[in-house]
Ligand binder design. Structure first.
Ligand SMILES: Nc1ncnc2c1ncn2[C@@H]1O[C@H](COP(=O)(O)OP(=O)(O)O)[C@@H](O)[C@H]1O
Ligand SMILES: [Mg+2]
Length: 389
């Protein structure tokens, strides 16, 4: 939180764009959408209780080096009210043109994807030069939370069903077309346990922040490696061209982790992990879980092939393989799958709901501070949000 932020209680409730005034043009100004107002010293930090557009910030659910994710409430006429998530860039970074462009690119790409296994984007805007995007509220927790309270592997059928849905969501992203009907060749590039949300009947791919797609302003940067080390395919690590099979690799690494409770590649440092990804094979999953069904071992091995040509040609093909195995495995009902997920998440979802409810009750009764300092929801603080490079 910036110490020099003006007293929030004296700020206007709606952060309307102020009248334009002189400012120094940043070097990459061409990347800025034409309608965008200049970002300058007027940008103040956001706190719980701030109103951004027609959204009221209720609680912070994730804080990273570059931005924040908030629980927020959209209000409308006739008492209309709806829970949403809002993503914002840190005020100190709003001048970073690359970050801004990435932020708008993320929203533009995500807005084109309509699929139940992909987090919906609902709105995009800026207030006082501070960009924000509004997402459907996902009442869940990142997949990474499944193993925080219990490291034993989950039921293989649950792992396969979760990954089948992840693959369906990824396939929808890979197939997305531009307004001209031409495929955008989108690749998520950051498929990792932090970017998959699960909950009661929920599996959703989120965070298209570093996705690649034709037309993105920042796709052509050569030699940049982004994403999280244990899930990066060899071609991504060596800055070779990536395509949908790069996400298939990451889905394979996620499946490995769900089935075994262990990362396929792990190490003290990212450099060690990268060396392993390039040169080694992961420990055979059946050595960790001897009863692992043979078809699932084969799916992991194929999805995680070092050469893209040896992998499933698409996330849909990987989904089909998972579904074929599921059909002949003993059935796992929707309610049983939900129970497994909810039991594993422990209190993560419950705590988050409680925190938001408390904030709303306090504010409605006038008891709580109108604008309180940001407080991280404790159960979410264990998450890592630093991009790897
Ligand atoms: N739509 C959402 N609903 C609820 N929580 C969300 C939503 N989107 C993101 N989050 C939370 O915020 C975290 C970070 O979001 P993400 O989109 O991955 O941003 P980042 O770019 O910081 O990685 C997620 O792991 C999740 O805990
Ligand atoms: Mg993320």
């Amino acid at each position: 939180m910036g110490k020099s932020s003006p007293d929030p209680s004296t700020q206007p409730s709606d952060l309307r764009p102020p009248p334009a005034r002189g400012f120094t043009k940043p070097a990459f100004d061409s990347l800025r959408p034409q309608s965008f107002p200049p970002a300058d010293e007027r940008i103040s930090d956001l706190v719980v209780g701030s109103v951004v557009g027609r959204y009221e910030l209720l609680a912070i659910v994730a804080a990273g080096g570059m931005g924040r994710v908030w629980a927020a409430r959209a209000s409308g006429q006739h008492g209309f009210s709806r829970f949403v998530a809002m993503k914002t860039i840190l005020p100190s970074l709003v001048h970073n043109e690359e970050l801004r462009a990435r932020f708008f690119d993320e929203a533009t790409l995500a807005a084109k994807i309509h699929h139940p296994n992909v987090c919906q984007i609902l709105d995009l805007g800026d207030s006082d030069g501070l960009p924000w995007m509004v997402l459907e509220w996902i009442d869940g927790a990142p997949l990474s939370e499944l193993y925080t309270s219990d490291p034993t592997p989950i039921d293989a059928r649950a792992a396969a069903r979760i990954m089948s849905q992840v693959c369906a969501g990824l396939h929808a992203a890979h197939e997305v077309c531009g307004d001209d009907g031409e495929p955008l060749g989108a690749v998520h590039r950051d498929v990792s346990p932090q970017n998959i949300m699960v909950g009661e009947g929920i599996v959703k791919v989120t965070d298209f922040g570093i996705a690649k797609a034709i037309g993105r302003s920042l796709t052509t940067q050569a030699g940049q490696v982004r994403g999280k080390a244990p899930y990066l395919a060899p071609e991504q690590l060596t800055a070779q061209p990536v395509d949908r099979r790069t996400d298939v690799y990451a889905a394979g690494a996620l499946l490995y982790e769900l089935l075994t409770g262990r990362r396929a590649y792990d190490g003290e440092t990212d450099a060690i992990i990268l060396m392993k990804v390039m040169n080694d094979l992961p420990q055979k999953p059946e050595e960790l879980v001897p009863q692992l069904p043979v078809p699932l071992r084969a799916i992991v091995a194929r999805a995680m092939s070092k050469r893209p040509a040896d992998r499933y040609p698409s996330a849909q093909a990987m989904q089909r393989a998972l579904d074929e195995w599921l059909v002949q495995a003993s059935p796992l009902s929707d309610s049983a799958l939900t129970r497994i997920i909810v039991d594993r998440l422990g209190t993560a979802i419950f705590d988050r709901r409680e925190q938001i409810k408390r904030t709303m009750t306090d504010r409605a009764s006038g008891n709580g501070p109108a604008r309180s300092p940001i407080e991280l929801i404790p159960t979410m603080s264990s998450l890592e949000f630093q991009p790897w490079i």
